[in-house]
Design a protein around this ligand. Structure first.
Ligand SMILES: [Fe+2]
Ligand SMILES: [Fe+2]
Length: 185
């Protein structure tokens, strides 16, 4: 699929705010790729598609998981907000015709992270958190600075902030985020 086609499709599926977030992630990922000598086009495309499954309701996401043979793990059942990362990775390939496995892999872990992430994985994970449209929250300024200076420290900082936030707000905390944090801390 051509880039313009992808953009048009995403724009119609995601709605205004999420599409603006998507563009913010794509450009932030491209800038981080420049900083760390990662491929700029891959980072941009992964950023553009990272939330491609998020425009659907959780119910529809579950149906699509069935359709594409994605197993709903216990973690996904308990924290349905993470389903869109696995589904998004498959849709990127099957619907948006992305052949580069590195891009699909980065989409697959953009919410929870995982131990031993690739540079591209980290760039998408971090860009999702720091992109310019994100409302200012405690620790965001530090994450933005660290993103361009020490990528692993930035991972730890974001994971810690996310875990603290989920705990404080009583939201479900998935075990993969904790596992990722324990790996990087
Ligand atoms: Fe996401
Ligand atoms: Fe996102």
């Amino acid at each position: 699929m051509k880039e313009k086609e992808i953009q048009n499709k995403l724009q119609s599926i995601l709605g205004k705010n999420r599409y603006e977030h998507t563009l913010g992630v794509a450009y932030t990922a491209a800038a981080m790729a420049m900083n760390y000598d990662e491929d700029i086009d891959s980072a941009y495309l992964a950023g553009l598609l990272h939330d491609c499954a998020k425009g659907y309701t959780i119910e529809r996401q579950m149906e699509l998981c069935c359709k594409y043979g994605i197993a709903i793990t216990d973690g996904m059942a308990q924290s349905p907000q993470i389903i869109h990362q696995s589904l998004g990775s498959v849709l990127a390939n099957k619907v948006y015709q992305v052949e580069d496995q590195r891009i699909c892999d980065a989409i697959e872990v953009h919410t929870t992270g995982k131990p031993n992430m690739t540079l591209l994985d980290k760039i998408i994970f971090i860009s999702d958190y720091i992109e310019p449209n994100r409302p200012m929250i405690e620790g965001l300024a530090k994450a933005r600075k660290l993103a361009f200076h020490n990528i692993d420290q930035c991972m730890v900082h974001i994971l810690k902030s996310t875990i603290d936030y989920l705990k404080q707000s009583g939201k479900s905390l998935d075990s993969s985020t904790v596992e990722t944090y324990n790996y990087y801390k």
